[in-house]
Design a protein around this ligand. Sequence first.
Ligand code: FAD
Length: 450
Amino acid sequence: MSQDISSDVLVIGAGPAGIAAATIAAEQGLKVIVLDDNRQPGGQIWRNLSTAHHPSTSKRHPKQQALDRLYRSGAQLLTRRVVFNASASGFAEALHETATDSNVETFRFQQLILATGARERFLPFPGWTLPGVFGVGGLQALTRAGYPVAGKHIAVTGTGPLLLAVAAHLVAAGATVTTVAEQAPMLKLAPFAASLWRQPAKLVQGARYRTKLRSATYRTGCWVVKAIASPDSHTLSAIHMTDGTRTWTEPCDLLACGYYLVPNTELAQLLGCALRGSFVQTDAHQRTSILGIFCVGEPTGIAGLEAAIMQGKIAGLACAGKSTPKLLRRVMKQQVFAKNLEYAFALRQELRSLPKQDTIVCRCEDVTFAAMQAYHGWTDAKLQTRCGMGPCQGRVCGPAAEFLLGWKPPISMRQPLYPVPLRALSSPLASTSKVAINKIEGIESTKERI
Ligand SMILES: Cc1cc2nc3c(=O)[nH]c(=O)nc-3n(C[C@H](O)[C@H](O)[C@H](O)COP(=O)(O)OP(=O)(O)OC[C@H]3O[C@@H](n4cnc5c(N)ncnc54)[C@H](O)[C@@H]3O)c2cc1C
């Protein structure tokens, strides 16, 4: 069954940025709908978070405050909607799946705010597909959903501020974090830490994490090169680490490994919005290159929670033709922070030699590094090996191939952005091009093979 729903402003993504944007736009008297693919709003940082009280005060948790204000604003929140298609002519299509049914809904809009967030970057290394190896944010999300880590010995490795945040979270959940290993060298981290004097809240947060992690070893300039399975259980039992000159073994029950974040720009690209580097290009009012389409939060630059919320507010106001200079100035300050983050946690060249010839790079289609190396670019490799054609549609192996092989991802996107049932493409607005249908058939036949 297909439904047609109209709004003045459609917001895609109910993370902190999308919630702020929807709230402010609705408070300006606009009819606002906000869509998210999860069961609950909150995005990554507020995922499955107990919202009763802020840990350090008796105030309500910021997530609860944001949600209360969203509900009061009159904006309509619709969860479990995966937006797989959108057009600058004023519609977006979402797959709505319930326990018993699924249907495609069409949302018509006057203005659109993209708040699609970011995902983790994974770099393949021998053993990264073993049971017991997780993404850093992935393990955090699973733990919040009830995955038991109490009593487990966990190594947290990769890069970015998320390592400390997640390691502290795991300790609070009863795990023993044995090591936090940051690939960035101290030479780059020290100036970044020093620059935080301008952001005292972040300094305090960092200090809190370090206090929680006082029993864990914190190392900079080192990284995991191999995950080892126990011969009996075939699950993770140890990791090999290196600092580039020597390699050693550390036992652990679980490994959380992630290499910073990759912005979710696919929807913006499908709509034809211009990119600046890896991010969606926006002006000071969060306007993209396409009239009536705004972008906020991580797709415009990885700058953290505060920046995401401020950008959301700016876009919400801009939809009503308003702005506040104070907010604009504060966002500019956060952009400096984003640049510093990018420099401090840039991936080191040695990580390019992480995968061996037989290391799987595309997990959906079981494509090895050797198989991919035989080709010159993403499109070639995709056609010959099916890499990037599985259920994740290259969201995991694409950024890995970009770093390891220097392959630029395709600029132009085609719908559907996510696997959807074939009948979703029979909606009158969906462009049922032969290519799109082939893509879906490929996914379905893959599923059968698995
Ligand atoms: C895995 C992960 C864990 C993180 N954990 C922390 C942490 O512990 N502490 C911290 O300070 N920062 C963390 N961050 C960073 C934090 O998410 C950001 O700083 C900030 O909160 C981003 O807000 P946002 O609204 O831009 O994006 P997000 O919070 O990512 O929200 C985007 C929302 O859009 C939805 N969405 C995307 N595409 C579609 C689509 N096509 N259809 C429907 N819905 C869609 C997503 O599911 C998500 O709910 C994490 C980031 C990631 C990726």
